[in-house]
Ligand binder design. Structure first.
Ligand SMILES: CC(C)(COP(=O)(O)OP(=O)(O)OC[C@H]1O[C@@H](n2cnc3c(N)ncnc32)[C@H](O)[C@@H]1OP(=O)(O)O)[C@@H](O)C(=O)NCCC(=O)NCCS
Length: 218
């Protein structure tokens, strides 16, 4: 069971709640993403692309997420997941391309070197699921795409509460396994996932960096 509550980082305010991620939270989710994962590929796409992605994600059938709300203040953290990265890409590509493409093309025009990494991202579903036989025998899985807590609000159990709510959501959707890819050099995130029962499934290279694919039972 995932730990809840507060500890050394300070009490969470009484108005603090975990609520469903909605398109109106997208700009704040993008800001949290940029603060939580500086220097990564998705962050290099900039706030416009990230905002478009987090606007699209909760509007799809394949994507879902939760935000940590402190009353009317901006979200202090969020978690985003999908029941299938490939399905999510297809859904966003077919229904939301109009909002995603302009900021993406503008950023690629400014930084053409990002083109290769964008292509790798589109191939990511194949990287993590390249064994068709294993895929057929697997139980329904979801993938945690991002979990970010505002730096000043970390170590108060917000990450644990977001993950607990996501796991409840997964159970309600009939998902049996939750997976996540983490940069092998992200020690804090690896500790967080390890504490919450994730174990290594496989290692691979993405964007020229060593990555770990982790999973746990839901
Ligand atoms: C990973 C991350 C989401 C965890 O969020 P968080 O709110 O700090 O998580 P928690 O408070 O539940 O746990 C983190 C720490 O607080 C401690 N903690 C756990 N439960 C706690 C509680 N109820 N109250 C206070 N502290 C707690 C833990 O011991 C942990 O300490 P450690 O980092 O020394 O191991 C956050 O660190 C983050 O945003 N990181 C940057 C983005 C990132 O790398 N995301 C993962 C890849 S997508």
């Amino acid at each position: 069971m995932v730990a809840e509550g507060t500890r050394a980082g300070g009490e969470l305010p009484p108005a603090f709640v975990i609520a469903a991620l909605e398109p109106r939270h997208a700009a704040h989710a993008a800001t949290l993403h940029l603060a939580g994962q500086p220097g990564t590929f998705l962050s290099s796409l900039g706030p416009g692309v990230l905002t478009a992605l987090y606007t699209a994600l909760p509007s799809t059938r394949a994507g879902f997420g939760w935000v940590a709300l402190d009353g009317d203040a901006a979200p202090r953290g969020f978690v985003a997941a999908t029941v299938g990265v490939g399905r999510l890409f297809v859904e966003i590509g077919t229904t939301r391309l109009g909002t995603l493409l302009p900021p993406l093309l503008a950023q690629l025009a400014r930084h053409p070197a990002l083109l290769g990494r964008t292509a790798q991202t589109l191939l990511y579903p194949l990287l993590v699921r390249n064994d068709a036989a294993a895929r057929r025998s697997e139980q329904p899985a979801a993938e945690l795409l991002a979990i970010m807590v505002e730096p000043a609000w970390r170590s108060r159990g917000i990450g644990a509460r977001l993950l607990a709510r996501l796991l409840d959501d997964c159970r309600a959707r009939g998902v049996r396994t939750l997976e996540v890819t983490v940069d092998a050099g992200n020690d804090g995130a690896r500790r967080f996932y390890h504490r919450h029962g994730f174990g290594a499934a496989r290692a691979f290279v993405l964007y020229g960096r060593p990555m770990l694919h982790l999973r746990r039972a839901v």
